[in-house]
Design a protein around this ligand. Structure first.
Ligand code: GDP
Ligand code: IMO
Ligand code: MG
Length: 425
């Protein structure tokens, strides 16, 4: 059975949750391998809407198993809130259907405080983080001073490590207008979360290896997107994890040799939330989307910045991820538009670029080179039942994206529901 990585090819929010949900039916284990509760994955099942932050979207399927891998950073309080929200929506969560890696690092209150503190210190150069403490948690991981799930059983270690980290954080924030963080409160909150989480914590890598050996099918649910990747993104306007396909392997302990497919998810246009370069950003297009009630962040509710499809970004993204094909969501977002633009290259200081520049200052100076295609203003794609019923101009748009991205569009989203996914051969 194939093992598939789902990865965002743009700046996150491409519709990964919906595509994972669509592919879950033919998978056995759904794995998150990086990021944390900065992610917000929307899944619509019938008339119910679910937003997943840390728990793989597969949890909505009772017979599937889910794993939160070693590469994920976990805010235990937020994870338990997610348990409660999902349970209220009728979803059962137990160690039978969810395992949490004992090697995953914890996001704690001082990480969230440091995240906000750092952002306020950046003034006009804010990254526009989700404020969930993701960056500071990965800093501790890389600095080798983090706390991992497995550490929660060792009270002496925990007390000493928490005291050290809280003192450091209070020192960094000594001039800020906030109350110092208290060891006793944080420790109590953490211990109480541990009581509930302990049965879920286990060594997940050998579990995954056994599943592969038994011929089970793994589906990796990427979080964020290629251009938020710590190495390949619009650095420093990125998140702190490896959001590209390789991150699925390091973040789960599954070898690259076990991967059969990579599906890159992209919107039929482009969105970005938070600061940073965005060559095809377009104010009129953004207003149109927001006016239709589209493109508000699933985690923070912020308005997403919107613009035309950027084939420089998505094409290079497909190559970075080794994508076998693209899942193109939100084609219906282009319904009603007379003329559609696609960015095919960047112009920078008289040169034409077909791949993104490395420095953010250069990204910001890039001008889009556009190609214009006729839209389908009179025939909506929304609700289309199959590929053949799409308007001809929509079909031509998909053909053009295949060529520009050098990657075939195989799945096409024409609505938020899983059922509104068309297969294209
Ligand atoms: P993710 O973070 O990649 O899972 O994406 P988000 O859930 O943050 O944002 C994607 C948004 O697009 C959500 O509101 C989805 O319900 C919605 N969506 C996904 N695919 C489609 C589609 O094909 N058409 C429409 N109209 N909405 C879609
Ligand atoms: P999903 O999985 C869109 C963005 C933030 C900010 C930058 C750094 O739903 O696609 P962080 O809190 O991670 O330090 O913020 O990354 N960001 C996302 N944007 N979708 C996401 O996740 C994101 N996760 C982080 O807006 O620009
Ligand atoms: Mg999202």
């Amino acid at each position: 059975m194939p093992n598939t990585i789902i990865v965002g090819a743009q700046w996150g929010d491409e519709g990964k949750g919906k595509i994972v949900d669509y592919l879950t039916e033919s998978s056995d284990i759904i794995v998150r391998a990086q990021g944390g509760n900065n992610a917000g994955h929307t899944v619509i099942h019938g008339d119910q809407k679910y937003i997943l932050h840390l728990i793989p979207s597969g949890i909505l399927w009772p017979e599937k198993k889910c794993v939160i891998g070693n590469g994920v950073v976990i805010d235990p309080v937020s994870l338990l809130e997610e348990f409660d929200t999902l349970e209220k929506q009728g979803i059962s969560i137990s160690p039978e259907n969810l395992a949490i890696s004992d090697r995953a690092h914890l996001t704690l209150p001082y990480h969230r405080s440091l995240d906000s503190h750092r952002e306020s210190g950046l003034g006009g150069k804010k990254i526009g983080t989700t404020g969930r403490g993701i960056g500071p948690t990965y800093i501790d991981k890389v600095e080798r001073s983090g706390i991992r799930m497995a550490d929660l059983e060792d009270q002496d270690f925990l007390e000493a490590r928490l005291a050290e980290k809280i003192n450091q954080a209070n020192l960094v924030m000594r001039d800020a207008d906030t109350k110092p963080l208290e060891l006793a409160t944080i420790k109590e909150e953490l211990n109480s979360a541990y009581q509930r989480l302990a049965p879920f914590i286990r060594e997940t890598t050998s579990f995954l290896h056994r599943q592969i050996a038994e011929g089970k099918s793994l589906l990796f649910e990427g979080a964020q997107g290629t251009y938020l990747d710590i190495d390949h993104g619009t650095y420093p306007f990125v998140t702190s994890s490896s959001t590209t396909a390789g991150g699925a392997c390091t973040g789960s302990g599954v070898s690259p040799r076990a991967i059969d497919n990579v599906t890159a998810v992209a919107k039929a246009y482009t969105t970005r939330v938070g600061a940073g370069p965005f060559v095809t950003e377009n104010a009129e297009f953004s207003d149109r989307m927001h006016g239709m009630g589209r493109e508000f962040g699933a985690t923070t509710g912020r308005k997403r910045r919107c613009g035309w499809f950027d084939a420089v970004v998505t094409g290079h993204g497909c190559r970075l991820n080794g994508a076998d094909h693209l899942a193109l969501t939100n084609l219906d977002g282009l319904d009603g538009i007379e003329t559609i633009k696609i960015c095919t290259a960047y112009r920078l200081k008289g040169e034409t670029l077909s791949t993104p520049p490395s420095r953010v200052e250069s990204w910001e100076d890039c001008e889009p080179v556009y190609e214009e295609l006729p839209g389908w203003p009179d025939t909506p794609t929304a609700g289309a039942q199959d590929i053949s019923s799409l308007p001809d101009n929509a079909k031509a748009y998909l053909d053009r994206l295949d060529d520009l991205c050098e990657c075939p569009v195989k799945l096409v989203g024409v609505g938020p529901d899983r059922k509104e996914t068309l297969i294209r051969n």
